[in-house]
Design a binder for this molecule. Structure first.
Ligand code: TGC
Ligand code: FAD
Length: 387
């Protein structure tokens, strides 16, 4: 009997179709050849490597699991594998793809008119139009139902006032999907860069997701035509359904970040000789590395089953919450442990665990904090909302 593959202990690759494996291999090569050589420097410089966008678009990764409008309609397991490989590079690159596909193209696809879909989706798939998603506000993100951004009907238009904060891609976005309260409940709007009264600025000095653009958006009497409203989105369920798409991808992404950290720690412990033997020959290090493999293996099986449920149309959003909570916690704990295993060298940006660890501090907060996901699962099993 062959020994298990350290990088895939339960041979989950065998559970993938040929197409899924090809997609994974293509993105893996892209990350090895184009992302890894530049990412540490980009992180240090607090710069999103925008020059990667054309290649990401050429590979068909933007909105890859949407059907029609020039999108390839890959299944959700393929989308997950793409997120996993991208986040093996950096959470910032996966975030860019998540926001474009799951948070901006998905709501247009699910809730837009035929005209909106034809106008935006092909261009967004090709990376010629970049989107951002504005839900969180300065006064708090966990409870978006209390948002203050407001849209008021005036004649045939809507007039929007308010602000959004911590918005990925904000200043580089050509369009923003903005959620606002109205007299009839929460509604979604496509707001275009350059519309009078709409401004944005970057949030600087981040210690996490430094290779990603994070911004504030401001709306001062922004006049938006009815044709820019997403007509099929009514209520908070609209934006929350987009979050389910992105959270699903994050469950896979965290696996990639953890794998990158484990790879580096494993190589190091085989080479580092202390007390007359390689570190990898000590019991404590073996237990820690084995624990990484245990947790990554469990996370992979969770995300794969989640993907199969999603592809079968049987996914409940609380199942995504369970995996977002489990897998991001797994990634963060592994990144931190691998950082420590690398000793002093582990605090250098030249080693990936500290970068992943810092990034995952954002990932565990955005798209619903860990506490929110625990409470979503708690509500599901008790029937009582305890938020
Ligand atoms: P609640 O009563 O639970 O729900 C209102 C309606 O929405 C439905 N629903 C969902 N539908 C789809 N997916 C989900 N995940 C859903 N959660 C709820 C629900 O069934 C209901 O429908 P209906 O028809 O009965 O009206 O609403 P609530 O106000 O009690 O809030 C629940 C709570 C706390 C779970 C929700 O507010 C929440 O998820 N809060 C966290 C907010 C959050 O995650 N924000 C993320 C902002 S975007 C972001 O972080 C992007 S980072 C991007 C990157 O760079 O990758
Ligand atoms: P708060 O909601 O103020 O929460 C503060 C603390 O209170 C947290 O620890 C939380 O878990 C806890 N808490 C909240 N409610 C309860 C409760 N009932 N019981 C116990 N504890 C509770 N948002 C977007 O809309 N679009 C984006 O593109 C986007 N990108 C982001 C990128 C980055 C890098 C970051 C860091 C955030 C981004 N966000 C985005 C915002 C993100 O979704 C919010 O930060 C998140 O939802 C939490 O909101 P908050 O930061 O306001 O924290």
């Amino acid at each position: 009997m062959e020994s298990p593959n350290v990088h895939d202990f339960y041979d989950t690759r065998a559970l993938l179709s040929d197409e899924e494996r090809q997609v994974q291999d293509m993105v893996r090569r892209f990350v090895d050849e184009k992302v890894l050589p530049v990412i540490a420097h980009a992180f240090e410089e607090h710069r999103f490597p925008k020059e990667l966008i054309p290649t990401i678009a050429e590979m068909g990764l933007l909105g890859c699991n949407l059907e029609g409008y020039d999108c390839p309609g890959l299944n959700n397991v393929s989308y997950g594998l793409i997120c996993q490989e991208l986040e093996r590079g950096d959470s910032g690159i996966r975030s860019f793809v998540s926001v474009q596909g799951s948070l901006c193209m998905y709501p247009i696809h699910a809730y837009g008119t035929e005209e909106q879909k034809k106008k935006w989706l092909p261009q967004m798939h090709r990376g010629r139009v970049i989107g951002c998603f504005g839900l969180t506000e300065p006064d708090g993100g966990s409870d978006p139902g209390t948002m203050k951004t407001h849209a008021k009907k005036q004649g045939g238009d809507w007039v929007i006032n308010g602000a959004k904060m911590w918005i990925t891609n904000g200043t580089i976005a050509d369009i923003a999907i903005v959620w606002a309260s109205t007299d009839e409940g929460v509604r979604g709007f496509i707001i275009e860069k350059g519309m009078p009264g709409y401004t944005s600025r970057d949030i600087l000095r981040k210690m996490s997701l430094r290779a990603s653009v994070t911004s504030e958006l401001f709306f001062e009497n922004v006049r938006v035509p009815e044709a820019s409203r997403l007509p099929k989105a009514a209520g908070l369920g609209g934006p929350l359904s987009c979050l389910t798409q992105a959270r699903y991808g994050i469950t896979w992404g965290a696996i990639g970040a953890a794998e990158a950290c484990l790879d580096e720690a494993l190589t190091f412990t085989k080479q580092r000789v202390l007390f007359g033997r390689p570190l990898s020959h000590t019991q404590t290090i073996q237990r820690r590395l084995a624990d990484c493999v245990r947790r990554i293996t469990a996370a992979k099986l969770m995300s794969l089953q989640l993907g199969r449920l999603k592809d079968a149309g049987k996914l409940h959003h609380s199942q995504v919450s369970l995996a977002k909570w489990n897998n991001v916690r797994m990634g963060l704990d592994i990144a931190r442990d691998c950082r420590d295993i690398l000793g002093a060298g582990g605090i250098s940006v030249e080693c990936c665990p500290i970068r992943h660890m810092l990034n995952l501090e954002s990932v565990i907060t955005y798209e619903g904090t860990e506490t929110i996901h625990e409470l979503v699962v708690g509500r599901e099993i008790t029937g009582h909302p305890a938020f």
